[in-house]
Design a binder for this molecule. Structure first.
Ligand code: XMP
Length: 315
């Protein structure tokens, strides 16, 4: 049985021994990085600098919210708007593994720059067990290279610290509850963000579409949960499939992309079953997405795949 209190005590004391100088934490505002920040903060106080990168692939208003959160937590922080850089690095890149590696490497290069300016030696990441298990290595197949593992360049100059490496998500949530962090129940959001929710090339135009669609799926599902229409899924979002199909908007022919609705139940992200979203909620999601997006989207499909054989994200 995982004991969160003991974990906190042991980790803080280990961090005090391990981190001798200043440390930089990659802060996304999600459960893992917020828990990590709280632990390192307890251990080394204001020798910690939180860095948030707006990659251009964050959800609607997310980076602004993260900025507020960093301020409220009283952290030393840097905020980097790197959206233009990311869009240009991913231009023409279709392969999911290539996308993940480019994103992972870019994060590190940006962190190295901040570290150099502020004379920081350590990089703290909120990597958890499924991240490195799925990223493969000598003993296992690579399912997908999680950005914070498989995307790390070999010549990285910073010393890596990963206090949550052995934990699964449900355990990280337990730690968050003990630390009284109000992000404890947030759904997971992957580091590469919306870039892996646009299948193939993640152009700014397609990213804007999936950002809006993700927002609608999140809001409608949260509303349905509040009304007691369904159980809260573990994770729920939209995916843009760059396949165009024929539709009709008003009395005009349309030729637009497809959006898939994905919602799953899971405990530790290693397996999942798809959530049974009531039809009335699916109806609302479908109507809102197609109404908002005009002729850009004219088909909504519902993903009914478990993991295995699927994975939670499509890329
Ligand atoms: P999959 O798609 O492999 O995802 O079933 C399992 C869980 O991990 C999240 N995920 C990631 N998280 N960096 C992250 O921080 C990544 O590169 C990454 N890829 C997937 C995914 O959203 C799910 O919760």
């Amino acid at each position: 049985m995982f004991n969160a209190e003991k974990f906190i005590e042991k980790t803080v004391s280990q961090l005090q021994k391990e981190v001798k100088g200043k440390a930089l934490i990659a802060f996304s505002g999600g459960v893992d990085s917020t828990v990590c920040t709280a632990l390192v903060n307890k251990a080394i106080g204001d020798r910690l600098v939180a860095v948030h990168v707006d990659t251009g692939y964050m959800r609607k208003d997310e980076s602004e919210d993260v900025k507020k959160l960093m301020k409220n937590l009283g952290l030393n922080f840097s905020f980097i708007d790197a959206s233009k850089e990311y869009y240009s690095a991913l231009k023409g890149v279709e392969d999911p593994e290539k996308k993940r590696k480019i994103i992972g490497e870019k994060f590190i290069r940006l962190f190295e720059k901040v570290a150099k300016d502020k004379k920081i030696e350590y990089l703290v990441q909120g990597t958890i067990a499924p991240d490195w298990i799925e990223s493969g290595g000598e003993l296992r197949d690579t399912i997908k290279s999680h950005h914070n593992v498989g995307g790390l360049p070999e010549d990285m100059e910073l010393k890596l610290v990963e206090p949550l490496r052995d934990l699964y998500k449900d355990e990280v949530r337990k730690v968050a509850r003990v630390l009284d962090l109000n992000v404890s129940e947030r759904q997971p959001f992957p580091g590469p963000g919306l870039a892996i929710r646009v299948i193939g090339e993640a152009t700014p135009e397609k990213t804007e579409i999936v950002r809006e669609a993700c927002n609608i799926v999140e809001r409608e599902i949260e509303l349905a949960v509040e009304k007691g229409l369904m159980e809260k899924p573990w994770q729920y979002f939209a995916v843009l499939i760059p396949i165009k199909t024929v539709g009709v908007h008003g009395d005009k022919r349309a030729y637009g992309y497809t959006i898939a609705v994905r919602a799953v139940q899971s405990i530790d992200a290693m397996t999942c079953t798809y959530s049974k979203i009531p039809h009335e909620v699916l109806d609302k999601i479908s109507t809102r997405i197609t109404n908002t997006m005009g002729s850009k989207i004219n088909r909504i499909v519902y993903d009914i795949t478990n993991k295995p054989p699927g994975t939670i994200e499509w890329e």
